[in-house]
Design a protein around this ligand. Structure first.
Ligand SMILES: Cc1cc2nc3c(=O)[nH]c(=O)nc-3n(C[C@H](O)[C@H](O)[C@H](O)COP(=O)(O)OP(=O)(O)OC[C@H]3O[C@@H](n4cnc5c(N)ncnc54)[C@H](O)[C@@H]3O)c2cc1C
Length: 118
């Protein structure tokens, strides 16, 4: 492969890399994801929930030093994220309480990590 062969080269097929790749493909870009491990999915293969704090006050109380823009995006765009996960054909169950302060959805991270998704 040479520089310029793809629009986006992602190093690491964990959830961050796979999500970036899938979103780029949906926008019409060509993407190559390079994974050093034997499997894709990274830590997410052991995870089970996508979740957030329900509002900014609760988010700030529990993540006082978190990146403000990312915290706002997670709370404000969480429902859009769930809709996007479901649009990939990945099951995300109904919302439920998470830990003492959050809300989230159990979802199938194995299906989410398969190359066919996107
Ligand atoms: C047991 C467990 C349960 C969890 N439960 C949840 C949960 O319910 N909800 C939640 O939101 N989060 C949960 N987490 C955290 C969540 O899984 C991680 O924050 C998230 O998966 C991290 O994704 P990532 O893509 O940033 O990194 P990673 O998953 O670490 O992926 C990085 C990938 O890059 C690859 N890589 C590294 N270096 C190179 C290289 N030089 N070249 C090519 N590839 C490379 C690695 O092999 C790996 O596949 C859990 C974590 C664990 C361990």
């Amino acid at each position: 492969m040479q520089a310029g062969d793809v629009d986006l080269l992602v190093i690491g097929a964990g959830m961050a890399g796979l999500t970036a790749g899938a979103r780029a493909v949906r926008k019409g870009l060509s993407v190559t994801i390079v994974e050093v491990g034997a499997d894709v999915g990274g830590s997410a293969r052991f995870a089970g929930y996508v979740w957030t704090a329900p509002d900014h006050d609760v988010m700030d109380r529990h993540n006082p030093r978190g990146d403000v823009a990312l915290k706002r995006a997670l709370v404000d765009r969480f429902d859009d994220g769930i809709a996007w996960i479901r649009s990939l054909g990945v099951e995300a169950k109904d919302a439920q309480p998470i830990l003492s302060f959050g809300r989230g959805h159990q979802f199938d991270t194995t299906t989410m990590s398969t190359p066919a998704v996107g």
